[in-house]
Write a protein of this length. Structure first.
Length: 350
């Protein structure tokens, strides 16, 4: 055989062997690994623990899986915190560095660059409420977090095998920051349904319908004093509207009767030939009595005193007894006990 031809054949055989090796390993797997990396990047952007864990080797009861599930459980955060998480999540982008792909047998690695709002710089700003925080987050500069995802081949899939690494945990550090704003001096308003208090006074809530809303006003001052008040006019109007709806039920509860015919008989005994006229007079008596009662108050301010803040707790002092409230972002929640029930007031800063 021609020497030159033999050399070319030998070179072709060698090349064929190399191609076969590449096709059976790195060359064939590179596309699959990159696809797995892209999918993992999308899962990170979703901030969904199930989506992320499905693409890893972590088992359901592994410490890292339990911790990630707890951290990304949105039910464990307040509405304000969830708004903040959404604001950060909206800024997240994940870039897969396709030049960084490294494959060795059934193992591979790819570098991911996770870009997000520079939340630490935002939190260093003088921000006093959640709206300012969300706007500042949206407009902030960004930071990059680098994570080298290490993959292992599992059947036809490539799964991430190193989510316990610190650099992966850094992606979720923004979920652990404190975004409470403390107690900011200013005016706060709470609206609460006090119909249960009326039902308690009547001895029954049978037949009563609709909310009886009462507005409360909390003024917080920067000298650690406060005033808690209500508006008699608002309360009168609210109670009048509520009584218009519930006059018959209120009367039946007062008289402790189960049949409206007994009330009609009482109206007839009182000299009313028109039952509706009786009800209208009853409403007028109620409203006049209510107006006289509220007018006797010489001040709208019901309670005043000083307050002490300890972390996310605010203690109001100076009333008949101290009351402990909870600071929730820029709002204040105050639970007031009443006859075994609780009147919850969520004061929203105005």
């Amino acid at each position: 055989m021609n020497k030159r031809l033999e050399t070319k054949i030998a070179a072709l055989v060698t090349a064929s062997i190399l191609v076969t090796q590449l096709a059976g390993c790195s060359f064939l797997y590179r596309g699959k690994v990159l696809e797995a990396a892209e999918d993992f990047g999308e899962a990170i952007k979703s901030m969904d623990a199930a989506d992320i864990l499905d693409l890893t080797t972590a088992k359901k009861n592994d410490d890292v899986a339990v911790a990630l599930n707890d951290l990304l459980d949105r039910d464990g955060y307040s509405d304000m915190e969830n708004d903040y998480i959404d604001a950060i999540t909206d800024t997240i982008e994940v870039e897969v560095d396709d030049k960084s792909v490294s494959i060795s047998g059934d193992s591979a690695s790819v570098d991911l660059v996770i870009t997000m709002a520079d939340y630490e710089a935002v939190l260093d700003q003088d921000i006093t409420d959640i709206d300012e925080l969300l706007e500042a987050t949206s407009d902030s500069d960004t930071i990059d977090i680098e994570f080298t995802a290490e993959f292992v081949k599992d059947g036809d899939e490539w799964l991430v095998d190193n989510i316990e690494d610190d650099e992966f945990g850094e992606i979720f550090d923004f979920l652990t920051v404190d975004i409470s704003f403390g107690v900011v001096p200013g005016n706060y308003v709470a609206t609460a349904d006090i119909s249960f208090i009326v039902a308690e006074a009547l001895g029954s809530d049978a037949g009563l319908a609709g909310a009886l809303d009462m507005e409360f006003y909390l003024n917080i001052y920067d000298d650690n004093t406060y005033e808690l008040s209500y508006d008699p006019v608002q309360l009168k109007d609210s109670m009048s509207d509520w009584f218009d709806t519930n006059a018959e039920a209120v009367l039946m509860n007062i008289l402790q009767v189960d049949d409206i015919s007994e009330v009609e008989a009482m109206a007839e005994a009182a000299g009313y030939s028109d039952y509706n006229a009786f009800l209208e007079d009853l409403k007028d008596v109620f409203k006049n009595s209510l107006e006289e009662s509220l007018a006797s108050s010489d001040s709208e301010t019901q309670t005043s005193g000083t307050y002490v803040v300890d972390g996310d707790t605010i203690i109001f002092q100076g009333g008949r007894e101290d009351h402990e409230g909870l600071v929730i972002g820029s709002d204040i929640q105050l639970d007031l006990p009443y006859e075994g029930e609780t009147l919850t007031l969520l004061f929203v800063k105005q």
